[in-house]
Design a protein around this ligand. Sequence first.
Ligand code: LAN
Length: 709
Amino acid sequence: MVPLGYIGARFLRSSGIEKEPCQPPSSLFPGLKRSLQPTDLPMASDNRIMREREAAVGISVNRALDRLAETQETDGSWWGDYGGPMFLLPMYVVLCHLSAWEISEERRQAMRRELFSAQRADGGIGLHAEGDSMLLTSVLAYVALRLLGTEPDNPELIRMRRWIAAHGSPLGAAPWGKWILCLLGLYPYCGLTPILPELWLLPKWLPIHPGRLWCHCRMVYLPASYLYATRAQQAPNDLIQALREELYDQPWDEIDFAAHRNQIAPSDKLIPTRLPGRLANRALAILESLIPHRLRQRALREVLRQINFEDSVTNHLAIGPVNRVLNSLCHHFREPGGEPFQASMVALDAYLWDTDDGRCRMQGYNNSKLWDTAFAIQSAMAAGASRSHPEMLHRAHGYLRDHQILDDVPAAAEHYRSPSKGGWPFSNRDHGWPISDCTAEGFKSSLLLGDWKPETAIPEERLRESIPLMLHWQNPDGGWPTYEKQRGGSWLESLNPSGVFDRIMVDYSYAECTSTVLDALVRAQKRFPDCHSAEVALAIDRGGAWLRSQQRDDGSWEGSWGVCFTYGTWFGVSGLMALGAGSDDPALIRASEFLLSHQHDDGGWGEAISSCHQRKWVDVPEGHVVQTAWALLSLIRSGNRDHEAQARAVDFLSKRQSPDGGWPHEGMVGIFNRTCAINYDWYRLYFPLWALAEWHDQQTEKSSIRTSG
Ligand code: LAN
């Protein structure tokens, strides 16, 4: 343990115990400073309690900072589990089975543990580790467990089989599940909705060209089209024969699979299939029967070219776990054991995470290091780590420097790629796909650390390169997307064939990305006033208007990548503050009122994962540390004057802190596409740290106003 550091020392000073002049607080939010008046301060009778709380929080913050320092990787990053989605590991297991890629016995056991650990009380498995059972994941997990050596008479497996039988067998599974079953010979290709590779040969200007899709969607359907069009499938063996009997309640040969082609059971229909989608499926089925052999071969060559390109520019990591597995399957079926296959299998190791309690989880990305490091830096800086933990910050700075993307991909347009140079990814440079908000967080953190240690700052020209990139990403509606400027109309969503994931068709504007990029651009404007100044000013205006337009009537913002309104509102509020909104801004007042109306008596906030799907606040009585931290940060930043509510939130966070300085794992608070939760391991350390540090900063500031007033 480092002795009482900067925060503690500041407390001693501000409480008058140590008579040193007060440091000006390093608050990042100018609006907050404007808003504070001596009259806002608590009554004198409360002062003693407040000071005690302040002292306790100072200690909490130091302990959390120590924990942050202890858990830093040698490369300067923070690296944690990014598991949760339950459809990923079975895909990996199927790939290894088909390609005879060996998984060690220890790993097999750890994988079995992971799959069983997610089994629900009813016997099935949900889309994510905390979700309700569905066929897609129950069937895939069942198959994976059998491939991993679990016997069919295992009692847990029997329960899983019963759940599957009671909910309609694989015939009702969402399409991605059926794709995987096809490869194993557990489903015939005539039972799939066609995925035509020929779409890639269409003229690029056509609104339905796949190059217009959200990059994650297009990169999944790309290899899926190859596997579909080549009818990739292994020859049935005894295990597959046995599985055919275990999974279906009728003899395999008697099932009319084609008749169930578009069937999705209620458990798997998380998003409705719409009429245009149903019509498109019919049209695809007709087209499939008309495609000449030569055209198919040409289309397959083009698809393979795109797959190989993706693998080569991502060091075989691919953009995400699903296309990583599907691309590897393409390589396997094309050239078993060949070089592209081997390279991809080695890269796939990055997607596996061994937990402390002996489970092996498949990760939602190769890692989340850049994202975590940027937030760890900002929270640590708010907590005064530049004095107490300079070494930690120095190493983290190195990670930012080493993982900025330095080049565009070659022949970008031909491969439907946008500029990359100057951006930051979510994970690391090897992965190479830049993301708008990761770039903004990387940029902000780099400025922060560069100001602190100019001698090790990232060279100015490299920071300047992020600015045109952030400008380039702005959508026509004024908001910011994730990876690429929106390329297709929102109407494409009516063709969403997944049944499971919402908003996958195009790259929409998001409150989170918009808020963060706006904050970065405001800082860019100050730091590099000569850099694209007119465009930056215009982008900020349009972005600010978009962000304001997204505030809901109840005062909240909807989050898309975190659960849910506490997350979105934190970004909404922070974005407006970055634009200079004051605490008297009606939007900020409404946001605070919204948050206060959902605070629990114990000071915490708790929102269910289902808030994201239902698009309305679903309360959980047990407050969540991370959501409480987001809410508290929003209240502090918006200059809300309900100090009592803030104090209760602070107490809630302090009470939950573990002896090691961190906070225990609670439910998952990451989400994607409204339905699938994902675990951000470090959120429970740097967000409470950040909230407590900003609260402490605010107290110190109040004390100084009190003293001078
Ligand atoms: C991610 C991870 C990072 C995340 C943030 C940067 C946090 C966010 O602010 C923007 C969106 C982004 C980039 C994001 C989008 C969706 C991803 C890629 C994921 C949640 C990780 C896994 C998920 C991906 C779609 C999973 C595969 C499933 C499909 C439906 C294709």
